[in-house]
Design a protein. Structure first.
Length: 73
């Protein structure tokens, strides 16, 4: 089972899905596009590897972490 973790100002939300389920993959791909269009940065991890920033949806990633753009001032 894979997971998408979305970090925001309220904490985080976790969305688990089966990578073999076409309907579930369509939903997580939609969420990926929606969040990255909103300015979130996405980083993926496959089993035993480090996080890697990505700009495209990877259905084979075990974990995708979304974090908001940093705002300075």
């Amino acid at each position: 089972m894979a997971i998408q973790i979305v970090m925001d100002d309220t904490g985080d939300s976790r969305h688990f899905f089966e990578q073999t389920d076409p309907k579930g993959l369509a939903e997580v791909e939609r969420r990926f596009k929606q969040l990255t269009d909103q300015g979130f940065t996405a980083a993926t991890r496959k089993a035993g590897s480090e996080l890697k920033v990505t700009r495209s949806f990877d259905p084979t990633a075990e974990e995708t972490l979304f974090y908001p753009r940093l705002v300075g001032g």
